[in-house]
Design a protein around this ligand. Sequence first.
Ligand code: NOJ
Length: 558
Amino acid sequence: MPATTQPASSLARYGTEWWREGIVYQIYPRSYGDTDGDGVGDLRGIIEHLDHLGRDGLGVDAIWLSPIYPSPGFDVGYDVSDHAAVDPLLGTETDFDRLVREAHDRGLRVILDLVMNHTSDRHAWFQASRASRAGPYADFYLWQDPTGVDEDGRPLPPNNWLSFFGGSAWQYEPSRGQFYLHTFLVEQPELNWRNPAVEEAQLKMVRGWLDRGVDGFRLDVFNIFLKHPELPSNPEIQGMAPGTSAWDRQEHKYDRDQPDFPELIGRFRAIVDEVPGRMSVGELFYGGPETSATLSNRNHMVFDWELVRAPWSAAEYRDLLDRRQQIFGEDIWPTVVLSNHDQSRQASRLAASARIADTDAVARAAVAIALTLRGTPFLYYGEEIGLRDVVVPFDEIIDPPARRVEEGWVWWNRDGCRSPMPWTGDPGHGFTTGKPWIRFGDDADTRSVAAQAADPGSVMAAYRRLIAVRHDRPSLRHGSLRRLDLGGDDVLSYVREADGETTLVVANFAGEGTTVDLAPAGDGPWPPIGGSHPDPGAPDASGGLALRGLEVVILARR
Ligand code: NOJ
């Protein structure tokens, strides 16, 4: 048993509630650093790059690792065949313990991605479960008898539930003469969380990782762990626009968000809470900020996707902030997410939404907003150098739903946001000496960590400055947020306040410059303390602040 380590106390900021004040950085392990030349990133590759993240680098507080467990890889790691071990493709158990230790030495917490809704069909539990209706694993999955047979004698599924990845959510298993449920791939059977033995096994696994020094968890699709006990068909929604997917034409009344789910999360949190200072965040699988707020509690955050969906528009952001304020109020702690491994990267997405060619300028402005909002920011590897979606030709696609070719089936290829990190402009980009598992973007020769480290105007330089400003200012870390109406339609502005400190943020969403009158924000003076640009301007004597196109300025009240 390796020694449990905690981040060195002299380095760990913000005490046991660090996750409210800190910044989390998501790593997709297969794409971060490859030390054995097989083209796939590994745990040693992450260790090699920890200095990019710690105090002398970006200055984030925690790393969240997308799944590191053994997996046949049908859903690229989200199909887990053993939740308690490390995938040999990514390294050894010793590598993992070293990663935790080395991260802690740099004041970085380690957050694991727990995939507890389903397993791989290669998992020993499922192998036993599919083999027989008897034995300890028989009811570990959601098995149901057919409701009859069709005219060709084929068994009919138990209800109308659908797989998010297309087709029915039920797969017939001849050896049991029953169907099993899979909300995702056929290779990802759904666990039966209403079986107490499943909960016990899962919580034992959670405890195992905590004992190895892990500081918290991201819970994959957590609001679908529980289904309605009777598994009734979902209501079909009538009158949806043509082209709406079959999934969206159903009201997901019985396959997610069950009323007894918060108690289950309470039991999970009780284990996590045995040692103060451990965090958890649930991935909301469909659902808006209202559901996110309902499922959050004092110690547990829940993602919401409003910022991922919003186009680059000051009007949209104004509405979004007002809604957040109304829904999360003063007591519920939200998250701030612009990108992750399932979404188009923000530089591509936001620039395209407003037809802006300079994706770097949008990337700098977007993160200046994200890092000054109320809530814990979750950054996604590569966004700090303004990485854009990579176009992957069909014959190179890895993302399973994107390989599905069917009439009426449209799926965004998630490989586009999972391309390897370009560390340098050299061949292999400091990521691999082999053939990368997903191709690099066309701009990787010039867009790399090394290139941006040398450029004060780069996206990465902006991230470093903005992260430092957030760390310096209690009002940005935990203050209230009051939206203002300064400037014209293209301006977003708000004030953050805490501990007698006031910070004003003014963002110009337009490509052209503008001047904003700061007088309605109250008495200044308002010296600039940072922003998307290395040298933000100061307000003039009459309180007029000149902003460049796509510029965000952060000002402090003195
Ligand atoms: C949510 C994960 O974010 C996604 O990548 C995965 O495909 C599904 N869960 C299924 O595990």
